[in-house]
Design a protein around this ligand. Sequence first.
Ligand code: DAH
Length: 358
Amino acid sequence: MNNDLDQIRDEALTRVATAEGLDALEAVRVALLGKKGSISGLMKSLGGMAPEDRKAAGQAFNALKAQVADAIEAAKERLADADLEARLMSEKVDVTLPVREQAKGFVHPISQTMDEVTAILGEMGFIVAEGPNIEEDWYNFTALNIPPEHPARQEHDTFYLPGEKNGHRMVLRTHTSPVQIRTMQNAEPPLRIIAPGRTYRCDYDATHSPMFHQVEGLVVDKASHFGHLKGCLIEFCRAFFDVDDLPVRFRPSYFPFTEPSAEVDIGCTREGGAFRIGHGDDWLEILGCGMVNPKVLENCGIDATEYQGFAFGMGIERLAMLKYGIPDLRTFYESDLRWLRHFGFSALDVPSMVGGIG
Ligand code: DAH
C-alpha cells in the first residue's frame, strides 16, 4: 500500500513539475485532484475498506492530496512568474525609437482673446463675474432701463423662449449687461467686475452670428468719474492692441443704461487697401461705455445720491478679428481644423488667466 502510494506521489509530483505552462498545469490538476481525478478516486475508495484500515489510509490519502495541492500551487506561481518575465522581455521599450508625432491642440482665438482681455482688466483689479445665458426679461432689459415699450428692445433681435415666467418670456441674453444687475443686487459697492460670456441675437452675416461673445465691465463706488472711465479704457485699448500711443477717441452716444454714454474708437489706417491699427486718420469703433445711469443703480437698490460708477461692453469676436486679421466672423464657429491651425494659439506659449497661468 505504502509503496503504491509512494509511486502515485512520485508520478503526480513529476507531472506537476514537468507541466509546461499554466494551461498544462491546470490539466494536470484536473487529472489528479478534479472530481474524477486519480487522487480523488483514492479518497472515494475509502468507503470500500475495512473499518480498521480506513483511518490510516484516510490520513495517508489526505497527506498525499495536500502535498500534491501544495506542489500545484507552487508550480502555478513559478509558471505565472515565468509568463510575466517572458512578457516583460518581449514588451521591452526601445527608448531609442523616434517619438511618434502627437496631434497638438490649439487655443481658439475667442478663448485667447477672452483670456487677454481678462488678464489686462484683471491686472487693473477687476474680478470675473458670471450670469446665466437664459435670462429673465427684467435683468436683460427692464432693470437696465429698457422698459417693454422701449425701441432698444427691437434693436436687440431677441431670441425668446416659449412659456412665461413672472408674466414675461425668458430670453437668451442679448448682451452681458444683465450681469451688472445681478452683481449690484448681490454685492455691496465698491464693485469692480468684468463679465465675459456668451450672448445671443437673431442675426447672421459676415459680421454677425446668432451666438457671440462679449465682455462687460462695471465699476461702482463713491468717487469713480468719467475721467476714470477714460483712463481705464484708454489703458485697456493700448495694452490689448499692444500699441503704446494708440489714439483713442470717445464719441458721444446713447445707451439706456448709461448717462452720459460714449462709443470708443481707435485710430487706424486703411491706406493702400491694407488695414492697420495704430496711427492714421481713420477711426474704428470698438466698444460702448458710459456712466451708470442712476435709474439702473436705483433698480438694484443702490442709493444713486451716494454711489456712481461706469460701465462698458465690447464684442470679443470683433476684437479678435481686428487684432488677428480674421476677415469673416462665421469662420469662428465652423470647426475647420485648418483654420484653427492657422489662427489658433499654442496652449503652452500663451499665459492664460482664465485657464490658470500657462
Ligand atoms: N450692452 C451693449 C451692447 O450689447 C454694450 C454696452 C454699451 C455695455 C455700453 C455697457 C455700456 O456696459 O456701458 O451693445
